[in-house]
Design a protein around this ligand. Sequence first.
Ligand code: AMP
Ligand code: MG
Length: 660
Amino acid sequence: MISKPKAKTARAPILDAVRRAARQEQFLEVVSAAEARRRFEAQIDRSALPGESLPLVAALSRVIAADVIAPVDAPPFDRANVDGFAVRAADTLGASPGTPKRLLLNSEVIACGIAPDLEVVPGATTAIATGGVIPRGADAVVMIEHTELVEGDAAPAIDLHRAVASGQYISYAGSDIARGETLLRRGTQIGSREIGMLAACGFAAIEAVRQPRVAVLSTGDELVEPGKPLRPGGVYDSNGAIIAAAVAEAGGEAVPFGVVRDDEAALEQAMRRALSSCDMVVLSGGTSKGAGDLSHRVVSRLGSPGILVHGVALKPGKPLCLAVIGDKPLVVLPGFPTSAIFTFHSFVAPIIRARAGLPVEALRMVTARVPMRIPSELGREEFVLVSLVAADDGLIAFPTGKGSGAVTAFSQADGFFAVDALASALDAGSEAEVTLIGESKRAPDLVIMGSHDVALDVVVGALAERGLRVRTIAVGSLGGVNAASRGECDIAPVHLVDPATGIYNNHLLTPDLALIPGWRRMQGLVFRPGDARFEGRSVEAALQAALADPAGLMVNRNAGSGTRVLIDNLLRGAKPAGYANQPRSHNAVAAAIAQHRADWGVAISPVARLYGLGFLPVAPEHYDFLVVEARRQRAAVQAFIEVLRDEATRGRIRALGMEP
Ligand code: AMP
Ligand code: MG
């Protein structure tokens, strides 16, 4: 919100606040990631917590505390696997349809759960059901289908039409689980299969490692609990949710403490409560240098040994603070979401796993080519989150490029690679060792790289319904053109205008790239409803009014975007106030206007509608698809083209305000 400068009397307190904000407290000592880990791990117990007895129903996904030795055999007795007759195999020798063997029937039928009474003596047999106990004397079972009942005046008998070998259709006692064998090893995570094995051995309960209780706190006056309305300047507390979930994934029990104000007393009280009730404390936020950096100040008075590391030479994650209070680890993660989750996974998750009794997670690495130059800060080991795409000559790693403040960078990445602290950049085309994160996913069937649009989600959704896995990487129109030219994607959505002709996208065609028409998105002047400079006027008149108003402020677009070309055409060389503010998306333009940081700009109509803004149509923008010719015949590319033509899809695109 823009507010008028305060009157003179209010100046002194404001100046104080500005001085506080500008104060740069230094990190105690910035250490390397390896040194940070060494110091931290030297002070903490990483052994598995003791076991606790849990009923089987509550044991799912817990970790077995001690090796489980099978107390019984499974099956507990020699068991028939088919319905038929228990026999001595020797008696069946030579039986065939032409020369059947006759066996006298014992006068009992062994159903499941019945202990047999009679022995199968030579020349005799007993009827037995699947699951029945093999009687004394028998060593095989003949299927009922290979026998014929003989009824007459003599005692009942069967004729066998087939010989069987000893052991046929018998599961011997202990052949599944042998009494005394190690059924499950400690450290095994309990899934449904393990629960089945335990039940088969008669266990109703199991010793599972107690889960470390991990307190999760967020601090920041701007933070709003999800579910509540966002106030101006507010940000949803996403760290609390993602860290609590990551704690559970690492085998811990997350104990949510919610959001704590940026207030030393409140923070100290919350941290003390957390320390007394949990095994470990993870706080995010309050780490930026200057006014808000209070987390480490509070931690420094909680007890000894106290802060071990404050400041790590890595990016993202420099403000990380590692402490131990008594015997409990306490970690302050940077507030920026990507930094928070990244440092959580490198410094906290391994400890939770160890205490939860889970084995060290083996790092899974792949080699991939990095197509662009990656500038990097000297003196800090820099981690770059990437999406992996399979090309003809191996894997390519694309930086997700969203910065440490992004919430999605980590969740959308397939992995990351490190740029050495001593390198100032990684050259384009370099090979990198990428550490994979999350479950290894099946390679996508279709890779779409370029500009993103809400209607593209409709197309991707339709492809997903056909069972195709689509990976979209938003790199902007120009990024898409480059990726398509290098054959790194199948399809590149673009909306670039040729400034010479005013025609969209046609100038991007090469012998290797074809163009498939997508849809048009109406661009126009956007403004807050009720603004008399715009409301009800023609575009021309509105522009004149806006330019004539000395208090008016526009928001521009980045050079290279089609919208920017349109804006420059409209302005005919004028550079009004706000021209230098050049965000990269329609949404950013609309947000700036809706939040009074600017008064007008140019954006597409669906976005104007989404932000409740007024709209004066100017000219359509063409959002089309470059298709890499060499990949055009692939089934997934063909499916994409079909879906684009599909009337149901087109209807949904229209509903979003686009014209397919
Ligand atoms: P801080 O470390 O408190 O200075 O925060 C740095 C940045 O991270 C600020 O932009 C905060 O708004 C953001 N941030 C801090 N905590 C959270 C959180 N729990 N969820 C989302 N963003 C956060
Ligand atoms: Mg903060």
